[in-house]
Write a protein that binds this ligand. Structure first.
Ligand code: ZN
Length: 209
């Protein structure tokens, strides 16, 4: 994996997750972005998160890496060379306040270490991805399980939307949205990010006020 350029994230891309947070199911893709400073590897290390801004929620997501600059008509299987399992970490209380004010989500979604990624593995193609679930285990218990089949907007729609509105090129990452089951992290939590049968990455959580 070479250097990361833009980080796009998709909100409310699984109906059951939109509903669990009392959000309407969107009728077009809903994207936001994170600074590259947010990226941290789930390579067994301890990841420090803020403890002075309310709850920090996990959101497990499939992350795709864009291998070349987008040109009209390109398919996901031609554009994406690798994938990871990621966590779109979210300051949920801060996000609630921002939503009320109609402000952007950057403060809630863009803090350092808020974009956790496992090692990147070769992308098997969109169809092959549907044969595997992605999961988050917290302290050994499965808390989230998703399959890209349940996306409201599929990967092709996401890359086309991103390219049209923001530009999409080599080195960009897309966090493709979280399934239901999001919840808070606590100091000392041990996380495993799983793709099919394989643990792609692990990390321990340290929350400092
Ligand atoms: Zn998310």
């Amino acid at each position: 994996m070479n250097s990361i350029r833009n980080i796009y994230c998709v909100g409310r891309n699984y109906a059951l997750h939109a509903k669990e947070l009392n959000n309407e199911v969107p009728t077009s893709p809903f994207l936001f972005s994170k600074p590259t400073h947010a990226v941290v590897k789930a390579d067994g290390q301890t990841i420090t998160l803020p403890g002075d801004r309310g709850g920090v929620h996990y959101e497990v997501e499939l992350v795709i890496h864009i291998a070349r600059d987008y040109e009209a008509g390109m398919k996901v299987d031609d554009l994406v060379d690798s994938m990871a399992i990621g966590l779109d970490l979210t300051l949920r209380d801060v996000q609630g306040e921002l939503k009320k004010k109609g402000y952007p989500w950057l403060l809630a979604k863009g803090f350092p270490n808020s974009a956790v990624v496992t090692e990147f593995v070769p992308f098997p193609g969109v169809e092959a991805c549907k044969a595997k679930n992605f999961m988050l285990l917290k302290n050994g218990e499965q808390v989230q399980c998703g399959n890209i089949e349940n996306m409201l907007f599929d990967m092709q729609a996401l890359v086309e939307f991103s390219a049209k509105h923001f530009g999409l090129g080599k080195g960009d990452l897309i966090f493709t949205g979280t399934p239901e089951g999001v919840g808070p992290l606590a100091d000392g939590d041990q996380l495993s990010l799983v793709w099919g049968e394989e643990v792609l990455g692990k990390c321990d959580i340290s929350i400092k006020g």
